[in-house]
Design a protein. Sequence first.
Length: 71
Amino acid sequence: MLPTLNASYGSSITLEQKTTFAFVILLFIILGVLIVRCFRILLDPYRSMPTSTWADGIDGLEKGQFDYALA
């Protein structure tokens, strides 16, 4: 009643199933890299940003002109 396990069991997986399995593994690897990158940005958000964008202040804008600069 139970199927016997033999050496030909590994070859019963079709090429389409192997390709799908490899694609899913690749997606999990990409997901893991993205999760690690997001946690690194959350822990230290200013490390990934160049210092010239936040250390120098707002150049060329007077007080009250920031709202127009966003538009």
